[in-house]
Design a protein around this ligand. Structure first.
Ligand code: COA
Ligand code: AMP
Length: 634
């Protein structure tokens, strides 16, 4: 089949407003918009201004009302606990209404913030949808973050209430959430009035009197009472959620998502980009704490009337490298979306792909990879072993859905290994040099998107318009800066090469080395530090810390390094995967005092490097190389 991509992209280019107005026809609106796009409203304009809608209604109620009540909406598969729970659209509605009723009884209403700090349990999705139903704004915090990260988000979002659980399950260990939650509330200046706690059988916790409520009990009471909670009309431009993502400092950025544009864009992507029809099963193997989880575990599949799989487990070790194929076969998954790391892990454990033929993958059509660079070797391995198309695509927390992709629903374009595809409608992607001039095809530069951003992308940062302008809009006037460097080839395919800031991508998790440096600097014996991302076979990148000790410290450096590793785990969380810290005498700097992180990274990666002309003292780089020798981890 020849692809309709070029025709559809040209349609969008001709008249973006008409394009999105047509796409908006797939959504149920309470009140239609006054303007599809208002360039005067907000920082760079807003979509569907004047419209009213409700995201929960579109994700659940309308399917229940229109023939999908008995279709499965959500399948929760825990490869760790060994359970599978299934919810039809009618059952999902019942759960979400019960939880919305509990929230409403606690005074949560339109515009109130609710933090959700949960493992991969169905209740996390119920809580998100219950907030959407009430017009409340949810902010999901990834369970792998430690108390201080949670506290920072509590202070920024100022939630009325937090929904959490007694524990999470990681292979071989149970992670108690309650002490982290209590620690975070203790640390935060803002104190939420209530916490709803899901008691998981694997490890229950003590509830804090006067503050905590047992979530399951409270929901059961509402169900028994036949509670009814109508969907609250909200403005299309009202926030649906805040999702914090790494910035260049320890203070994360609160990416805001609106209701109207978000629904329109996500719904459009399901059929056109992912090629998945209503009634089919879609599986995003990610976590609800990340944007992939928001968009493609919860909202997009439900908006499109699909069945979504929510998976608690890992691609390997729960119990083996065949888990993904087991889930695909057992639930009839049509398309899987995950990070390349997952496939590097599977390939590492089962290089021959011996587990693949053990399962019936006949319903499975396409594998989508995103979140980090997909190395061509892994991509080809997956193509070969699965015998299905493997599609790399590129986006960010800020955009909420793919910027570039290979839109299989419009007819697949030829795959170029190493490229995450071509720009999707909505995105005018350009590559500029540092002075803001366009570079020629094939030349490396700053990847930017011409404003306005399409519906569904962040319209602002939570309570931080100026930070939004400074971080994304100031450097290249008229464009949104993605902070990725890359090139567009003669055929219009994008290639992403690196970040231009201090963000690193660890197992598909976005982390700030700047944030980690702030933690290293907190250690009493550390005078100076630097963190760089070094190459890792499975996780793509892992952080490596360099510390210079205070004068006069004569403790064993190995002991200090271990303490620093522990400090990062305690302050940021296990997810930072900081396992390697090296003590050095001095850090290499330019004559103006800038730390030469890029050169240090090359040395740590055993890549060729050249002596920077601006270096203060060339001998330091040899000291760094020497300190790294034989030091893979502490
Ligand atoms: N709650 C508590 N701890 C968590 C957690 C959570 N929700 N998620 C991860 N962690 C912990 C892990 O247990 C691990 O701790 P450890 O250092 O004690 O082993 C640490 O954080 C790092 O986790 P992770 O990055 O997941 O590494 P891993 O070694 O446990 O697993 C992979 C490696 C490749 C199997 C795993 O990263 C993976 O499945 N990646 C798929 C990609 C993905 O989901 N990306 C998300 C964006 S799309
Ligand atoms: P996140 O906000 O966590 O989704 O991370 C976004 C960043 O991950 C991007 O800015 C890129 O640096 C990187 N990224 C995401 N998808 C890809 C991809 N397909 N190829 C290369 N890098 C990617």
């Amino acid at each position: 089949m020849s692809s309709r991509y070029h025709q559809v992209y040209a349609e969008w280019q001709r008249d973006p407003e008409a394009f999105w107005a047509t796409a908006a026809g797939a959504i149920d609106w309470i009140k239609p918009w006054d303007r599809v796009f208002d360039p005067e409203y907000g920082v760079y304009g807003r979509w569907f201004v004047g419209a009213e809608c409700n995201t929960c209604f579109n994700a659940i109620d309308r399917h229940v009302e229109r023939g999908r009540a008995d279709q499965l909406a959500l399948i929760h598969d825990s490869a760790i606990v060994g359970t599978v729970k299934k919810y039809t659209y009618a059952e999902l509605k019942r759960e979400v209404v019960a939880l919305a009723s509990v929230l409403r009884n606690q005074g949560v209403g339109k515009g109130d913030r609710v933090i959700i700090y949960m493992p991969m349990v169905p209740e996390a999705a119920f809580a998100m949808l219950a907030c959407a139903r009430l017009g409340a704004i949810h902010s999901v915090v990834f369970g792998g973050f430690a108390a201080r990260e949670l506290a920072t988000r509590i202070d920024d979002a100022q939630p009325k209430l937090i929904v959490s659980a007694s524990c999470g399950r990681e292979p071989g260990r149970t992670v108690a959430y309650k002490p982290l939650l209590d620690g975070a509330i203790e640390m935060a200046r803002h104190k939420p009035e209530r916490c709803l706690i899901l008691q998981r059988e694997q490890q229950r916790c003590e509830l804090t009197e006067g503050r905590d409520i047992d979530l399951a009990d409270a929901m059961a009471r509402e169900r028994a009472a036949g509670a009814n909670v109508d969907c609250v009309p909200v403005a299309a431009t009202d926030p649906l959620y805040i999702l914090y993502t790494s910035g260049t400092t320890g203070q994360p950025k609160g990416v805001v998502r609106d209701n109207g544009g978000h629904m329109v864009a996500l719904h459009w992507t399901m059929q056109n980009e992912f090629g998945v029809s209503p009634g089919e099963v879609f599986w995003a193997a990610s976590d609800v704490g990340w944007v992939v989880g928001h968009s493609y575990i919860v909202y997009a599949p439900l908006l499109a009337g699909c069945t979504s799989v929510m998976f608690e487990g890992k691609p390997v070790g729960t119990p083996d490298a065949g888990t993904f194929w087991r889930v695909i076969a057992e639930h009839g998954v049509a398309a899987l979306f995950t990070a390349p790391t997952a496939f590097r892990a599977i390939k590492g454990q089962d290089p021959q792909g011996a587990f693949v033929p053990k399962y019936d993958l006949s319903k499975f059509r396409t594998l989508f990879l995103a979140g980090e660079r997909a190395d061509p070797e892994t991509l080809k391995w997956a193509e070969q072993k699965l015998g299905k198309p493997v599609i790399d695509h590129w986006w960010q927390t800020e955009t909420g859905y793919p910027i570039t992709n290979n839109p299989v629903g419009l007819g697949m374009l030829p795959v170029k290994h190493g490229s995450p595809g071509v720009p999707m409608p909505g995105y005018d992607v350009r590559v500029l040099d540092d002075a803001g001039n366009p570079v020629q095809a094939g030349m490396l530069g700053n990847v930017v998107i011409k404003l306005p951003l399409p519906p569904g992308c962040l319209p602002m940062l939570w309570n931080a318009d100026q930070r939004f302008r400074d971080a994304y809009l100031r450097e290249f006037p008229g464009f949104y800066k993605t902070a990725d460097a890359g090139l567009v080839d003669q055929d219009g395919y994008l290639f992403i090469m690196a970040r231009t800031d201090d963000i690193i991508n660890v197992a598909g998790h976005r982390l700030s080395t700047g944030g980690m440096e702030e933690v290293l600097a907190e250690h009493r014996d550390v005078a100076e530090c630097a963190v760089v991302g070094v190459a890792d076979d499975v996780k793509g990148q892992v952080p490596c810390g360099f510390v210079v000790l205070n004068a006069g410290v004569n403790r064993d450096p190995a002991e200090i390094e271990r303490e620093v590793v522990e400090l990062v785990r305690e302050r940021i969380g296990a997810v930072a995967s900081m396992k390697r810290v090296v003590t050095v005498k001095r850090l290499p700097k330019t004559r103006s005092g800038k730390i030469l992180r890029a050169t240090m990274q090359k040395i740590a990666d055993h890549q060729p490097w050249t002596m920077p002309a601006t270096i203060d003292d060339p001998a330091i780089l040899e000291e760094i190389a020497e300190a790294l020798r034989g030091r893979d981890s502490v």
